[in-house]
Design a protein around this ligand. Structure first.
Ligand SMILES: C[S@@+](CC[C@H](N)C(=O)[O-])C[C@H]1O[C@@H](n2cnc3c(N)ncnc32)[C@H](O)[C@@H]1O
Length: 411
């Protein structure tokens, strides 16, 4: 079917209008005329009949089969405009009118953490990403978003997976490039028999893997994997959250640190292993709150071994079930919150009633961020800025940092 693409949808797929409704066609661009095989609201691109001037040659040979990237075929300026518009549209839906700050771009080859899908087959280990909207694994040779040391390790990772994976059950492998080498965490594998465990441990040691974990069980730790948060060094627990790109993390923490520079007592909610807390503690006491006890323990160790930081206290708390209350928040003159994709609706309701003068909201989901900002604005906060941050290159995902203040009440 011949289709004219009108816009890009939230998933980065071209959207065409037909008599039977919208059709989403991956790997197309607004203004293009394409031939697509259409089934219900999904189109499979067969041919580009009239190409957009924004169409560029994708840098990766796997683009189009691998489901990891959806926007490599779009020129940089219009790609960044699409991401910015995703944040702007979510804010408009909540009637939030603000000129966005320029988006922070993401360089190719900068992703320090990737999650590969894998499976053992008769022909060897498949290791790569899932085909778009499919469980099929596309075996990859290159990945221009990942750090070069991760791509270079692919043949070695396949050899290791041969030792770790005993059956053809699909598994995931999280690879993190750290200051002391690769940190590898297999998940959804069968239990390792003792002999296989010894073989995998020997292999990892010979290849100077910093740490090898299988389903959160640390098989071998040759060096402690480390990441730097400002002046502190942290060993994140296997599988715990880590910002995927160090440059994006720095851009976000710089914005928050600059904004809260004069605060003396800061709450860091959904703190993970301390990317914000350990930087903010250069100038303020920080109370760091998080549900993952192992991440908090890593933060605490990072704090104890660092020098020149003000005090950091930690609290293990489920902030969805038990948000920090109005009373809890009285102690702080600055606050940052960085929740998972679901956002922090109930926590925002408590902050909205509080007297905390400066609040920074960090989010990987523009829709829940906009909802939470609306709650804060309705509670009397003024929104000063929103900065989109591209952390997930060539995907439709976008992060944002919003800064808010509570204007002083006149007497
Ligand atoms: C987007 S990450 C941010 C982590 C940290 N700020 C960073 O930059 O590394 C969200 C964090 O929220 C934590 N989390 C998820 N659900 C939670 C809950 N119900 N209560 C408290 N923390 C939660 C996760 O463990 C994760 O560390």
């Amino acid at each position: 079917m011949k289709l004219r693409i009108e816009t890009l949808g939230a998933q980065g797929h071209g959207v065409a209008r037909t008599e039977r409704g919208q059709v989403f066609v991956p790997f197309t661009l607004p203004g293009e005329v394409v031939n697509a095989a259409v089934e219900r609201d999904r189109g499979t691109l067969m041919a580009v009949l009239e190409a957009s001037p924004e169409r560029v040659e994708p840098p990766c040979r796997h683009f189009g089969t691998c489901g990891g990237c959806s926007l490599q075929h779009q020129a940089e300026a219009s790609y960044l405009a699409f991401k910015t518009e995703r944040v702007a549209a979510a804010l408009r839906r909540e009637r939030i009118d603000i000129a966005l700050s320029p988006i922070v771009p993401c360089a190719p080859g900068s992703r320090r953490r990737v999650v590969f899908g894998g499976r053992k087959t008769a022909a060897g280990i498949l290791l790569g990403y899932h085909r778009m909207q499919s469980a099929e694994i596309v075996d990859i040779e290159e990945c221009p978003i990942a750090r070069p040391e991760i791509v270079a390790a692919l043949p070695m990772l396949r050899q290791l997976a041969e030792l770790v994976c005993q059956t053809s059950k699909p598994f995931h492998l999280t690879v993190t490039s750290t200051g002391t080498g690769l940190d590898l965490a297999f998940a959804e594998t069968d239990k390792l028999p003792d002999e296989a465990r010894r073989g995998a441990a020997d292999f990892a040691t010979r290849h100077r893997i910093a740490r090898l974990a299988v389903d959160a069980d640390i098989v071998v730790e040759h060096h402690k994997p480390v990441v730097r948060y400002g002046t502190a060094t942290v060993t994140p627990p296997p599988g715990a959250f880590l910002q995927a790109v160090a440059g994006a993390e720095e851009a976000m923490t710089d914005l928050v640190q600059g904004y809260l520079a004069k605060s003396k007592r800061i709450a860091d909610l959904f703190c993970g292993s301390g990317a914000f807390a350990l930087r903010l503690a250069v100038g303020a006491e920080v109370h760091a709150v998080e549900a993952d006890g192992a991440a908090l323990a890593a933060l605490d160790r990072g704090f104890r071994f660092a020098s020149g930081l003000k005090r950091i206290t930690t609290e293990k708390r489920d902030l969805f079930r038990r948000p920090m209350t109005l009373k809890d928040l009285e102690a702080f003159d600055g606050l940052v919150f960085d929740p998972p994709r679901a956002g922090a609706e109930d926590q925002s309701r408590q902050i909205a009633r509080s007297t905390v003068p400066k609040v920074a909201a960090v989010s990987c989901n523009p829709v829940t961020l906009a909802r939470d900002l609306r709650i804060l604005i309705d509670g009397g906060y003024s929104l000063l800025s929103v900065t989109p941050v591209d952390q997930f290159l060539w995907s439709p995902h976008v992060e944002a940092v919003a800064l808010l203040e509570r204007p002083r009440k006149r007497r």
